[in-house]
Design a protein around this ligand. Sequence first.
Ligand code: ZN
Ligand code: ZN
Length: 108
Amino acid sequence: MPALIHQRCFNHATREAVARCPECSQFFCRECITEHDDRVICSACLKKLARVPLLKRPAFARVLQISQCVLGVFAAWFFFYLIGSALAGLPTSFHEGTLWQVDWIDQE
Ligand SMILES: [Zn+2]
Ligand SMILES: [Zn+2]
């Protein structure tokens, strides 16, 4: 990169550029460029890159949360449906037993 020597920093007109940002193709001085994931990148592009997953994460988490909530409701509904159908399928003689005559109900 022979042109790099004559390049000036995109942010500082008086400073010599040391590296070129691969994202925005601008030249930057040592102060303006940072290393990120084993490559040099300017602070503006680093901010841009850092912001993307931050924006994506809550949306994804929200979708996951909603789907988990819906799944949970369906699981609960299915669970109680199974219990209900199992209880309904029981012979009536079962309900006539002493199972529901618990002591704490009669105390009132
Ligand atoms: Zn950049
Ligand atoms: Zn600079």
